[in-house]
Design a protein around this ligand. Sequence first.
Ligand code: CA
Ligand code: CA
Length: 368
Amino acid sequence: MSGAIDPNSVALSITNSSIIVDRIYTITSNVGIQINTSGNSAPTPSISNSVIVGNNNGVTVSDGGNTESLLRPIVLNNNTIAFNNNGVMVNVAAGSPVDFVQIINSILSGNASVPTLSTPRSGYAVSSTTADRVTLRFNNFFNNGASATNYADDTNNIGNGFDPAALNNGRDALGNVPGDPAFVFPIDPRPEAEGPLRFFVDGNYGIRIQSAAIDAAENASAPTLDFLYRSRVTIPGRGYPGTGPADIGAFEYNGTPTNPSFPIIVPTASSGGGSTSTQPGGNTGGTTTGGTTGGTTGGTTTGGTTTNPVPQPTAKPVPQPVAKPVPRRPVVRKPLPKPPVRKPVVTAPVRRPVVAAPVRRPVVVVKK
Ligand SMILES: [Ca+2]
Ligand SMILES: [Ca+2]
């Protein structure tokens, strides 16, 4: 795959909006999801059940420098954030509200630049310009930052009681878990890595039985159903006191891996409206194998905006309202089918009927 990520591309930009972003893919953008806030009681979005992979920056949160207060914290819950140069970048000022961003139940894996011969890998799973503005709880960290094996450099300037080095010794006091999320088939869509084409053909960010994410989520903060509308499943012997049955990340491990042959797994719910798609365990996901090779391949935003005029600064956002918006299929283009190869028509040589020459009887001259 040639080319590079468009340095100006933003797959989804959200400014002072309480939109609920649910079940999208965003890949190969300069910024996957850009969140901007400003002013007093700024509305804030929530991002859940989404797959944010292979962007320069997966999510960027920018306080314009004048955000006095937020309606509620920005919440990122149960997302799979992998193979971005930086997973989540938080640009906040010293005067920014304290409880600015909450990252909960999310997989943060492989967030670092792709190293070259002259440049070593760099980047962070989560980085903040000002400490104590980001809360990290019940996330799964793996292979982030300059060092693939040392957790101490996975994040930068977080504060709020989070110490990435503690993950070198196992699960921390905030419920964050180190270890391999064990994706089914984690194709890195960045052009300098495996590229978007292979991602669409083979990528699969479901998790396998070996995953550190299984049953390790804070259930109260997890959507009832996963990206594919699958119910939560308890796997015997997994999880921790007070966690589960929900898994960390966008995909629940339900005992059988998602089919690696049909990788880019998207919900099958139609976007036509009218039907609700909240039946537990109903859809198990259709598949779309795409082939767009453009710089920005965004997902669609589902959910619309919630307009809540009553400021609730202390209210914790309740994930998953009962009436769920009908999600749209992420925009994943199917490649045009190749025209069938026509075999040349081979005409059999016409066989001419063998015409037997009349048998000539010898003329017998009978002598008298
Ligand atoms: Ca690291
Ligand atoms: Ca589970």
